[in-house]
Design a protein around this ligand. Structure first.
Ligand SMILES: Cc1ncc(COP(=O)(O)O)c(C=O)c1O
Length: 387
């Protein structure tokens, strides 16, 4: 029978408690989510500053849609790149301090495009073991040799670089803030090692841009200049899409050779207008300060309740549960108590490290955090989970 593996693989996913399903929400992605007929407090979104529903951001999107229409109408090299797209690129250069920037329709497309276009078969790609699936997928599909170094372990990375000295070009890739663990990449050491070995450094700052370094991102916060910076607008910026920044040579090369860019419709103008407003707002210090207060409060209260969090100072605060079925059980119990916290399971994370990925927003009330933690401590105890 043709494509028999579909049914077999789906059955295997169900059996291993790894089956995934889409659950529609109603009424927008904000701190209070409506799912079916229930209101749940949302501790799963990446909208760390609450900008996805900010009235000024919404107004910017509406105004641009009314003036220019909804879709961009073409790929960037045809008719899709408007003067607003250009303004956003200029703004991104100012914010990141890098020479040139270009827009992509998603972070997944940007990562796929960069690694497919920048690397050849004589090149070496070295990725942190915990890099996002989009980077891993892109690396597997690229013609280069890909190796993974242990998470943030510079001696392991240096060994790979020494062994790989005969490759023509070497590219190191790390995240600024790791999406499933919430800790930060050691960007300062990565820059030093890259320079020592005549390699390039690429940073995916999907979860740092908009929140770290007063909105300028993880690299700017540390004074590290990456050769290639990729960040998305779908997290703290609260819109959608992504950008790549670096030298003019890098963006000109991608504009000419990156098929993910050339043959894909440019971002909708409403999204571009919203993104410009949102980046402006993310630079207001009080927003990330408010988020940081909530992060500190969450960690302090969790520790009082004996919940063993991972060493993260970001808005991503994972609680390792271990087995997938237990992670699902705790997540379901939280849902019954009125909280939306997703259970992240293999293959997204390593086997045996299924977790609750709790994310915080500047818009959470402190009482939301208190009540979540009480419900969490109760669920963990009832399910016999040792955190
Ligand atoms: C680290 C990282 N890189 C890239 C992406 C992909 O970005 P996008 O959602 O814009 O495709 C994500 C999204 O989850 C991410 O967490």
């Amino acid at each position: 029978m043709a494509f028999e593996f579909l049914a077999n693989k789906l059955a295997a996913a169900r059996q291993a408690n790894q089956f995934r399903q889409i659950i529609p929400t109603v009424g927008g992605n904000q701190c209070r989510l409506i799912v079916g007929d229930r209101a749940l407090i949302n501790f799963s979104a990446n909208d760390y500053l609450g900008l996805a529903t900010d009235p000024q951001v919404i107004a910017a999107a509406n105004k641009a849609s009314a003036k220019y229409g909804v879709g961009s109408g073409g790929s960037p090299l045809v008719t899709g790149h408007s003067s607003l797209h250009q303004d956003l690129q200029t703004m991104l250069c100012e914010v990141t301090g890098l020479e040139s920037a270009m827009l992509f329709s998603s972070g997944f497309a940007a990562n796929s495009g960069i690694l497919a276009t920048m690397l050849g078969k004589n090149d070496l790609l070295l990725q942190d073991k915990l890099n996002h699936a989009s980077l891993m997928e892109a690396g597997i599909n690229s013609p280069a040799t890909m190796k993974r170094f242990k998470h943030n372990e510079m001696t392991h990375l240096a060994r790979h670089l020494a062994d790989g000295k005969d490759y023509q070009n070497r590219l190191l890739v790390s995240e600024g803030v790791f999406s499933m663990d919430g800790d930060c990449g050691d960007l300062t050491s990565l820059r030093q090692i890259a320079d020592k070995h005549n390699a390039w450094l690429m940073v995916d700052d999907a979860h740092g841009f908009g929140v770290n370094g007063q909105g300028q991102g993880s690299c700017a916060a540390l004074g590290v200049k990456p050769d290639i910076l990729m960040a998305t607008f779908g997290k703290a910026i609260g819109t959608s899409g992504a950008f790549v920044a670096g030298s003019k040579e890098v963006t000109e090369y991608l504009t000419n050779y990156c098929r993910h860019y050339i043959y894909s419709t440019a971002l909708p103008i409403s999204v571009v207008a919203a993104t410009i407003k949102s980046i402006e707002l993310s630079g207001e210090a009080w927003r990330s300060e408010k988020l940081n207060e909530r992060i500190a409060y969450f960690k302090q209260q969790a520790s009082k309740l004996g919940l063993n969090l991972m060493p993260s100072n970001s808005a991503i605060q994972p609680l390792i549960i271990g087995q997938s079925d237990k992670a699902i059980a705790v997540s379901e119990q939280l849902k019954s108590a009125g909280y939306w916290v997703g259970a992240i399971r293999p293959p997204t994370v390593a086997k045996g490290s299924a977790r609750l990925r709790i994310t915080l927003s500047a818009n959470h009330r402190l009482t939301d955090i208190d009540n979540l933690l009480i419900a969490l401590a109760r669920a963990v105890e009832q399910d016999g989970v040792i955190t």
